[in-house]
Design a protein around this ligand. Sequence first.
Ligand code: KG4
Ligand code: ZN
Length: 359
Amino acid sequence: MRILAVESSCDETAAAVVVDGRRLLSNVIASQTALHQATGGVVPEVAARAHLRALVPVIRRALADAECGWDDLDAIAATAGPGLPGALVVGLNGARAVAYARGLPFIPVDHIEGHVCANWLSSPLAARAIASGDATSSRAAASTASAATREMDEPPLPALALVVSGGHTELLLMLEHDRFERLGGTRDDAAGEAFDKVARLLGLPYPGGPPLSRLAAQATVRRLRLPRAWLGASDDFSFSGLKTAVLHVVQSAAPPPAAEIAWAFEESVADVLSKKAAHVAAREGVACLLLAGGVAANRRLRERVIERSPVPVFIPPPALCTDNAAMIAAAAFRHLDAAVPAQTPLDIAPTARRRVGRW
Ligand code: KG4
Ligand code: ZN
């Protein structure tokens, strides 16, 4: 089953062709990062127009890279939400139009579920990511990660998914391929949003996660300790207090070097996310822990989660953690029963639903 999927929920226009929800034939991403750097963040209207310009070339390129024609496709999928409304409308309706023209069934996909399903994509890259886990500093980490690769080539269920991105921070119990239960999430900023805002305070460009992480690695003094919001027994997260704490440090009379602040911030985020995820994984008795979303590309977070998890950890390679369409195809393959004729009236769903899964 070959699915062509489109993703346009934020600032990447992406298209991919994936076989059986697993094997990547192509994965094309047109990033708008440069466009949004001047404003230090995504302006929704600007993003929507850029999607409109990029969509057709990106789809053409995905088909060409996959060396497949329209007749080789079995279905078309697209992200229906959550995301920026204008951006979603362009991708969803563009993909539906193609499905209509080619007489192919159409599958609307939840973006958060897409992130989780990136863990089912197989590529030489994916296998490497699980094996090394980016965690060479800890022997425990290395052995847990390679155990995961040796014993299973795809995540066993039930699983606990920690989805950390620019728009979301969610702890989801994945009971079956299409059945999720939301255990907790952020009460204020998403983890990626916190990275982006703190990066901005430190004078780093948008998106802030990667440059902040590079700066943190350069810290020579590692003394600063920033707060952690544990929120008692709850499975929720909060990052706004941490962000304010960074602001106070930056504005203090004699602030430490920016690298030390970046390091302390990254430590705080990785500490809370990894400790909570490990605790909930043990409590729920899941078979594995799935890390997903743009912040899952963070080296320190990957390391900490692998170190602490009581169960095998699966993490997509960094390129499949950030927004892409291959993950949307992977999720669509698990929702073939949700396929509809392309002319069926369908709307976007800009806000996250309480339950990830069915449309
Ligand atoms: O999943 P994603 O591409 O888009 C959303 O669905 O939001 O996530 C983007 C977020 C941004 O906030 C970006 O700063 C963050 O992921 N990010 C990182 C890293 N790479 C991307 N945060 C920390 N460390 C990274 N290496
Ligand atoms: Zn995303």
